[in-house]
Design a protein around this ligand. Structure first.
Ligand code: PLP
Length: 414
């Protein structure tokens, strides 16, 4: 029974305030009281420059300024404009050309792609699998459409991908339900910064294949690539895509691609879900059912964002400009992450296996208490189920070099 006066909880656990928003607010209050130099706000999930300003790709802004009124005033087709569909496939895949049937549907950011995949490839009441370190909105999305998240243990005791845990959860869940959506956030996973290696992928795919030899069982691999353009070399980090070809037809791959970070269009809410399958009928069906879901939730997506991406991909020079501007910021971010990792190693602060991206995670007992103790020292990080998430995206390289020692000092007092 819920305590709501009018609203229905519908089995959802709904916090009064978003956790990250609340901590961010406290950081802002402390900055106002004590000064910015006394506070490290490592809660923010957007890329900031060293002065704390949002990084915005100026080459993208130029395109936005040149849009026509029709570009932002008119409706877009439900599944996206044809030019956008072509452009977003290129944005997601880079130079890789899939040897699979692919269809893309516009979504409001990666979030929309995640929501539409869970909605259309699981049943009400089903469990959706992801790793024990995970982006909390996966659970919000699942709950909101009457599913729930179940986790496997991402790392074994050696800090490698825990394929045994993954396998046992896949088998367990497919023992009690016919279909299973598995969310894989790679490269530069939020919150750990881990990227699946080729060997990890081989394990995942062989486990998925073994679990679906019975044709009545189905797996949807939802590959959330929200950070693919901020892990390092863009082509290198897309090399896992060919491994997703030639899968049995009862394993569907859905790529969730987001323009939020890649094109600094966080607020414009744009992205896509792109399927990869060995069967044309399954790709056609993907288009039909996902468009239906779009119509039933947000209807069509932001046309201005579609026009922007289409313009960028219609002009090689412009694309090169956007890519090179982003690469500069990616380099800055990678350096911050490596600086944090190096400093953590040097002082002996344990971090979760890290490769790249916006976040680093620190395993600890009682993360809420640890978070509060850090706040007293002017350090704001996000407590998760198994530790603390530090956003290297929102702090400078200089701060990254010093922060591990300060964090360790506080953690030792708990
Ligand atoms: N997936 C992960 C892991 C994220 O961290 C984010 C954004 O923070 C997203 C997906 C999608 O973001 P958006 O809906 O803005 O594209």
């Amino acid at each position: 029974m819920s305590n709501y006066k009018m609203a229905e909880a519908n089995n959802r656990v709904i916090p009064v305030e978003d956790k990250i928003f609340g901590i961010n607010q406290k950081a802002k209050e402390m900055i106002a009281k004590e000064g910015a130099d006394k506070v490290v706000n490592a809660t923010i999930g957007s890329l900031l420059d060293d002065d704390g300003n949002l990084v915005i790709l100026s080459s993208v802004v130029e395109v936005l300024k040149g849009l026509t009124p029709i570009d932002y005033a008119d409706y877009a087709p439900i599944s996206g404009t044809p030019d956008f569909i072509k452009a977003i496939k290129k944005a997601a895949f880079g130079s890789y050309v899939p040897k699979a049937y692919t269809e893309a549907i516009a979504t409001p950011g990666g979030t929309g792609a995640i929501r539409n995949t869970i909605q259309n490839y699981s049943k009400r009441g089903d469990k959706v699998l992801t790793s024990d370190w995970f982006w909390a909105p996966y659970s919000t999305i699942a709950q909101d459409i009457e599913r729930s998240i179940v986790t496997y243990t991402l790392f074994d005791e050696n800090g490698s991908f825990n394929s045994a845990s993954f396998e046992s959860k896949v088998k367990e869940l497919l023992g009690s339900q016919d279909g299973l959506v598995i969310i894989l956030n790679t490269p530069a996973h939020n919150p750990t910064g881990y990227s699946f290696t080729k060997d990890d992928w081989y394990s995942i795919l062989s486990i998925a294949k073994a679990a679906t030899t019975d044709p009545t069982k189905k797996i949807t691999l939802l590959v959330d690539v929200a950070y693919v353009d901020y892990a390092g070399d863009e082509e290198e980090y897309r090399k896992f895509y060919p491994l997703l070809e030639d899968l049995p037809s009862n394993i569907l791959v859905v790529i969730a691609y987001s323009l939020s970070k890649s094109y600094t269009m966080y607020g414009m809410r744009s992205g896509a879900m792109i399927c990869m399958t060995s069967e044309k009928e399954i790709a056609d069906e993907f288009k039909t059912v996902c468009s239906f879901s779009s119509r039933g939730t947000w209807s069509n997506c932001n046309r201005a964002a579609m026009a922007t991406l289409s313009s960028i991909y219609a002009d090689e020079e412009l694309l090169a400009k956007v890519t090179s501007e982003r690469q500069g910021y990616c380099k800055m971010l990678v350096q911050r992450g490596k600086a944090f990792q190096k400093a953590a190693n040097e002082v002996g602060l344990e971090i979760v296996p890290f490769d790249a991206g916006f976040f680093v995670s620190i395993p600890c007992d009682n993360p809420d208490a640890a978070g509060e103790a850090l706040q007293k020292e002017g350090i704001f990080a996000v407590p998760l189920g198994k530790g603390l998430r530090v956003s290297v995206a929102s702090i400078s390289e200089e701060v990254c070099k010093k922060l591990p020692a300060s964090i360790l000092k506080v953690l030792k007092t708990i």
